[in-house]
Design a protein around this ligand. Sequence first.
Ligand code: NAP
Length: 510
Amino acid sequence: MTAEQLYIDPSTCIDCSACVTACPVSAIYDENDMPEEFDLFKQINADYFEKSPLDISHPARKKRRSLTEQQPVLRVAIVGAGASGCYAADELARIAGVEVSVFDRRPVPFGLVRGGVAPDHHKTKAVADQFEKTLRRPNVTSYFNVDVGIQVTLDELLEFHHAVVFAVGATSDKTLGIPGEALEGSYSARQFVAWYNGDSSAADLPVDLSGQRVVVVGNGNVSMDVARILAAPVETFEPTDMADHALQALRHSAVREVVVVARRGPVDAAHTFSELWQLTQLEGVDVVTDIAEIDHDVGRGDGDGQFGSERKLAMNTAFAQNPGDDSRRKISLRYYLTPEAIGGDGSVESMTFRSSVTGELETFQTGLILRAIGYRAEPIRGVPFDPVRGTIRNIAGRVTTEGAESPIHGLYCTGWAKRGPTGVIGTNKVDSQQTVAALCEDFESGNLTDPARLNDDVATFMNEKQPDLVSFAGWQRIDAAERERGRISTVPRTRSKLISVDALLAASRL
Ligand code: NAP
């Protein structure tokens, strides 16, 4: 309330945009987007850090890199326009002499920011505005609706670029390995999330909300999102960018109870405290727990070094006092139950767990099971994969060979494909900085050979390879069309997403 100006340390800021969104007077800018009339503040800011030097031993506080004038252009292809790809593009595009090509197999950018983050988490989604600025930079060119491996090969990318960075995320699921897992009505949370977020790959998922109970397996943040979406009043999502088909299904939902089942106790819960707390804020919803399962964890709080676990335990204990009211929807948090089997004839009818405390079996009658037990990266042809970690084989972002683990010059990775499916969106910034630092080091030390077609135009080549490619301008047309659809909706919405690839392509050409 008293500060004259804020000074944001640019090297530790994770670009989550929360401050930009929250600032009541829209006074926070990235230096590159600062209106000219505010130029004076760049110097004031620089003076501030001159007087209050940063602790330069902090690993994130590395001086921004610049290539020497003698060095030729460095051309990098990034495969994947999600958070980690956009952070990598941003890091690279700020270096003079670098040209970046960003590819995505979808006709639209932003990966899980568009297709994963829950529609009611608008502030998290606002990071897309930062990514948009990155993609708009003059030395960044976008090629959407291009599947690397299908429309263009890795070798072809390497003919034009010194290096390829895989920022492909984790596009598959961990599995439970129990009977009945593949029955209709048993879906991964990844599929369900893609369904309600309007990803074309999941638009036809037969989500049946006619049953009274849904079982969600696992209790990470994805399970919290899924439980909230299923239990919250549909009005919560009417003004958001949730897919029309999901809104329609939720309007007619018969679901009364969402059971979130974890194999360990509340102290070890994989979700964050704030996601748990959000469940308590839902109108018309009771969150309930079973005191016998909670009691088991008493005395195992923050002592285990898990920050916040004491608060999770206390909140769960409070939930146990709430008997629940049958006129309201219910989220039941259950613990110490390990999945045994999914039952059903052709489609899901029940799921059975074994209690690791009592050893007894417990069966829930349900027609819909959502497995929120984690994502998994998929192997890419020609790129070594570590099947145990479920990631591209790499050391600090340098793709390595199997066995010898020596770097394959020119191949890099970042994000979930590099470290596995952990962390929040901002985690990818530091991750991508590490990968880009390795790439630049390799370039400067002469480990990256000049591509054979360095002087040829990538865009001309790509337009021949994929006549249906969507450029950044094409994405802007899709964006405008979706916002307009949202604006004229009965309940005005941030956007009304186009779902099918055909509809997206048509909008991109308008
Ligand atoms: P996660 O955090 O790894 O949670 C996976 C859950 O599945 C855990 O409860 C885990 O139990 C359980 N599980 C794994 N294998 C199992 C098995 N065989 N049987 C029963 N349970 C099993 O994964 P996630 O929820 O998919 O989240 C992925 C990442 O995205 C996380 O870093 C998360 O924080 C992030 N994310 C963040 C937000 C947000 O900030 N709002 C939203 C969504 C996702 P154990 O703990 O016992 O292994």
